[in-house]
Design a protein around this ligand. Structure first.
Ligand code: 3HC
Length: 316
């Protein structure tokens, strides 16, 4: 068997045995590129996702809510760092990834291009957005690339706190005054459908799913994960006593799942192609913050250079 054939068969045997490909293993270029695409965009989503919630830090209704929100936002920054580090093991630099984000070449989750207009939006994001992310990320804990799978284990633990704090905000509002119930309903109506979009296009429209499933980068399809999320969310909406945004979301005892209406895919593609409410604002804010933080990166760089020179001098 030629070397190339041996490499491919070894790669395929690791995947077929549900084991992990590690950074030093041989991997097909297309596998590496697909992982860089997905992991870096996942990281971008974590970092950009800090902005909509950060918008409410100074206006949280109590010190407790502010402290919880601050801790959640800090977690998201950490998730971004784990994921950028996982992507770097595939041979791409942090600078290249940040550049791809800031030039608009790389994507991030479309939901973060929706504005957070009320405090209830912070609850809806924690409950629905982090809830959808958990459904997806629990599945990704079993993906075939070692550093990505391991990053997911810790991220999932922190996401469950994020989801619970969001649902608690919604529960508090839904047990409150008429106005608070109305604000909670409004947030649910505005964030429900974009949360379903987080699972990507239908499997039949998905550009990457078939290959990602074959390589076990994805362990469940976009539509299967979306169905899981819809099934878990419908009873939660009932507990809140709010109106479900999807009138077609009705339990089908034969399927053992909730039915769902059609997602507005025109809106989905319009937002991911840059026409959402906040696309420009999110990137401008990221670029400003990145430029403001340049001195920290330069200071760290020169510190490391100096440490390296000192250790060379000692060694010689
Ligand atoms: N927002 C933006 N772009 C999206 C999208 C969304 N909701 N759903 C799909 N897309 C893009 C894909 O990136 C792809 O574009 P590309 O070729 O330029 O990368 C295109 O639409 C076609 O979609 P596919 O289904 O073919 O793409 P994937 O196979 O990559 O599936 C995915 C999309 C399900 C998002 C998959 O990439 C994935 O599971 N990513 C990891 C999870 C993730 O990124 N989650 C984002 C949210 S993280 C988060 O919410 C943090 C939380 O703490 C708040």
């Amino acid at each position: 068997m030629t070397d190339a054939a041996e490499q491919i068969s070894h790669f395929e045997s690791i995947i077929s045995m549900d084991q992990c490909i590690e950074p030093k293993d041989w991997m097909p270029e297309a596998y590496r590129k697909n992982l860089i695409r997905q992991i870096s965009q996942h990281a971008h989503s974590e970092i950009i996702g800090m902005q909509p919630e950060g918008n409410w830090l100074t206006r949280a209704p109590s010190l407790r809510r502010k402290a919880v929100l601050l801790s959640k936002i800090q977690d998201e920054g950490g998730h971004g760092l784990y994921l950028y580090s996982a992507a770097e093991t595939l041979g791409i630099s942090r600078e290249e990834m940040i550049d791809a984000l800031q030039t608009g070449e790389a994507k991030y989750a479309s939901i973060f291009n929706y504005p957070t207009q009320t405090w209830a939006d912070v609850g809806a994001i924690g409950w629905l957005v982090d809830g959808a992310a958990i459904v997806n990320q629990i599945s990704l804990q079993r993906n075939s690339y070692g550093p990505y799978a391991r990053a997911m284990v810790r991220i999932c633990k922190e996401e469950s706190f994020h989801q619970r704090q969001g649902y608690e905000i919604m529960l508090t509002l839904s047990r409150g005054s008429e106005k608070q119930i109305q604000v909670a309903q409004d947030a649910l109506d505005r964030f429900y459908w974009p949360s379903l979009m987080m699972f990507g296009p239908h499997d039949s429209e998905s550009a990457h799913s078939a290959r990602s499933m074959a390589w076990k980068i994805k362990r469940e399809t976009n539509d299967d994960l979306r169905q899981k999320f819809v099934d878990q969310t419908a009873p939660q909406i009932q507990i809140l006593g709010l109106r479900h945004p999807d009138p077609k979301c009705i339990w089908d005892p034969e399927r053992g799942h909730y039915d769902m209406g059609e997602i507005n895919w025109e809106e989905f593609y319009s937002v991911i192609n840059g026409n959402g409410h906040c696309n420009r604002q999110r990137l401008e804010h990221h670029i400003d913050a990145h430029e403001e933080g340049a001195w920290v990166r330069e200071a760290m760089q020169s510190y490391h250079e100096k440490k390296k020179q000192q250790s060379y001098a000692k060694a010689s």
